[in-house]
Design a protein around this ligand. Structure first.
Ligand code: MN
Length: 213
């Protein structure tokens, strides 16, 4: 984890001739956007991104955020992403870093409670107020001690503060109907609706003439 916000690692991990992810650049200004990406990579996870120092500070959250204050979910800090990434949705091609579908699961703005976000990150303790469509109210992030599995990555716990927005019955609902890229065909089949089955049959009959085997 570099000490100051920068995009070097972000660029190093990606081939922009292959992926449609934005190259972007470090910005000036002090915006306070937040984005949660739903990312169907090898494993489904959610990426929490908070704007600070002209970039998006980013965490991969395997189970995603929760409005239930009893859920304390692992959040692995990853490389800073450009502000432009906040608008990105689509498929990262097979063979590229993070290959799989990406959707914006939620977005909005955040407020720091206390020190500026970068100082809170440095201190390993974050309290923010989210103003999103799905996520609202106060959230905490606390850095876990001990050596991270991957050097340069820091492990945190993300959890909802008990406030008027907290919901103990809350469940995560992904936008796309499959758990991960690798499970997609199997799960899709299971959840196939009659309408989709009909579509598939029609498509199959249309392409039958083109088939050689
Ligand atoms: Mn991701």
């Amino acid at each position: 984890m570099p000490r100051s916000s920068e995009l070097r690692t972000y660029y190093k991990k990606r081939d922009f001739s292959k992926t449609k992810e934005p190259r972007g650049q470090k910005h000036k200004g002090a915006g306070h956007r937040f984005v949660i990406h739903e990312h169907h990579a090898t494993r489904l996870h959610f990426d929490l991104r908070l704007e600070a120092e002209g970039v998006l500070k980013s965490w991969a959250v395997p189970k995603g955020p929760s409005m239930n204050p009893h859920d304390k979910h692992l959040a692995v800090m990853v490389e800073d992403h450009p502000i432009e990434y906040g608008r990105f949705e689509g498929a990262i091609p097979e063979g590229e870093y993070g290959a799989g579908e990406v959707r914006i699961w939620d977005k909005g703005t955040y407020e720091e409670i206390g020190d500026p976000l970068v100082d809170q990150i440095r201190a390993g303790k974050i309290t923010i107020l989210l103003h999103g469509k799905k996520l609202n109210g106060e959230f905490h992030m606390v850095e876990m001690h001990g050596r991270a599995e991957d050097e340069g990555k820091r492990n945190w716990l993300l959890f909802k503060h008990k406030d008027e927005y907290a919901d103990e019955d809350w469940t995560m609902k992904p936008i796309l109907d499959y758990g991960s890229r690798s499970q997609a065909p199997q799960q899709k089949k299971k959840k196939e609706t009659q309408k989709n089955a009909l579509k598939r049959l029609l498509k199959a009959s249309k392409s039958r003439t083109r088939r050689t085997a």
